[in-house]
Design a protein around this ligand. Structure first.
Ligand code: NAD
Length: 363
């Protein structure tokens, strides 16, 4: 099945515009009447250190509200960002957002297994939802999120920031335009040595799995956006060397996806060591890739013909949020809809099944 998130033509069109530093909507990008109000739901590391600062640099968005279970954080954010009391919620009062026209979007930034709960609450309150990756911890929950937003006639997007990152988009162009000929093989991996053994990322109930769910998803995404295709078969192996720390989720997992036409993609994700942060794509007449590929800044691309891949280092979160705001303002679909998040969760569940059973899983 072809990836339906963007047709090849649309992807080339939008990525070329992004690479050129032009507005993604070209001439259709009307001046907004007002900025889209975002409420951040879950004020942890990502919200604090990336999303809230990025919001200050966006063109079409503003930080309008917060959802937090911690009163001390509410007071801190209120003071720092001048958030009025009527825009401060906790997880139990989200329904009251229905009466608040200042908030257009809820950006869900909680642990993975809590995404569905807040997404459904936000949709029922009549808000659009931007939800962090991975979308949720099961296909069924992803589907409930899609259904809730569809029923509420609200947009749902997943926080796949690299779909807005010029260097990644350039690699997609190289692949889709077959600049080095037909792709033959992809390798991709992402991993780091995780710290605090008590954190939710090591708790299966909250995380849904280990490094695959958290960072392997980037390598999986690279395989899918480079090929523009969906895998038909998956095999996988997982391994743990530190059973004290990794008793609930895997420490390291590697997987292989087979795509229609026979392309094989090999992936790896780990929490056990400061591992790869890269992808390489091998084609008939050469290769290209990125390392680092998935960081917030400092991404570097390479091509076997010596040409550089060195496009602007943007704020990926600002680009992602501005694009979502423009989708709302101009009533157009997002390139990273809930269906895209669900596809990854489905493949990751198949990777876990293949690792558990030792057998290839057909998708
Ligand atoms: P974090 O632990 O720093 O923050 C999580 C927040 O959720 C905290 O404010 C915490 O108080 C709140 N929370 C609410 N209920 C909770 C519960 N029952 N247990 C634990 N925390 C609870 O995590 P983070 O790094 O900010 O990640 C949040 C989400 O963002 C995750 O889904 C993660 O995968 C995603 N993320 C995405 C990127 C990216 O580059 N797009 C980067 C980091 C994290």
């Amino acid at each position: 099945m072809k990836s339906p998130f963007l047709s090849r033509r649309d992807f080339l069109k939008t990525s070329a515009l992004a690479v050129a530093g032009l507005p993604l909507l070209g001439t259709q990008a009307a001046e907004p009447k007002r900025k889209i109000g975002f409420a951040l739901c879950g004020l942890g590391n990502l919200s604090t250190h990336q999303i809230a600062p990025a919001l200050q640099t966006t063109e079409f968005c503003r930080l309008a509200g917060i959802v937090t279970g911690t009163p001390a954080k509410a007071a801190r954010w209120k003071a720092q960002y001048n958030i009025p009391d009527h825009c401060i919620y906790n997880y139990d009062t989200m329904a009251q957002m229905a009466d608040n026209p200042d908030i257009d979007v809820v950006y869900v930034v909680t642990p993975n297994a809590l995404h569905e709960e807040s997404t459904v609450k936000a949709a029922k309150a009549g808000k659009h939802v931007l939800c962090e990756k991975p979308m949720e911890i099961s296909v069924a929950r992803c589907q409930q999120m899609i259904d809730a937003c569809r029923d509420a006639k609200k947009l749902l997007a997943i926080g796949y920031r690299l779909h807005f990152e010029p260097n990644n988009l350039e690699c997609v162009r190289l692949a889709r335009e077959k600049v080095f000929g037909q792709l033959k093989s992809i390798e991709a991996g992402f991993g780091f040595a995780i710290g605090d053994p008590k954190q939710w990322r090591l708790n299966r109930a909250l995380a849904g799995g280990g490094p695959l769910m958290d960072v392997g998803i980037y390598a999986l995404q690279a395989m899918r956006y480079l090929t523009g295709d969906e895998p038909v078969e998956v095999s996988a192996t997982q391994s743990t060397t530190d059973k004290t720390k990794f008793h609930d989720v895997e420490e390291t997992i590697s997987w292989q996806l087979k795509f229609p036409g026979g392309l094989l993609a090999n992936g790896e994700a780990t929490y056990g060591f400061n591992g790869p942060n890269r992808f390489n794509a091998y084609a008939e007449r050469g290769s290209f890739g990125m390392e680092p590929a998935y960081s917030y800044h400092g991404l570097r691309g390479h091509r076997s013909d010596g040409h550089e891949i060195q496009l602007p280092d943007i704020d990926q979160f600002a680009a992602e949020m501005d694009d979502f705001a423009q989708c709302i303002l101009n009533q157009r679909p997002t390139r990273v809809p809930g269906e895209e998040g669900l596809r990854d969760v489905k493949i990751m569940m198949a990777i876990y099944e293949a690792a558990r059973t030792g057998k290839a899983v057909t998708l």
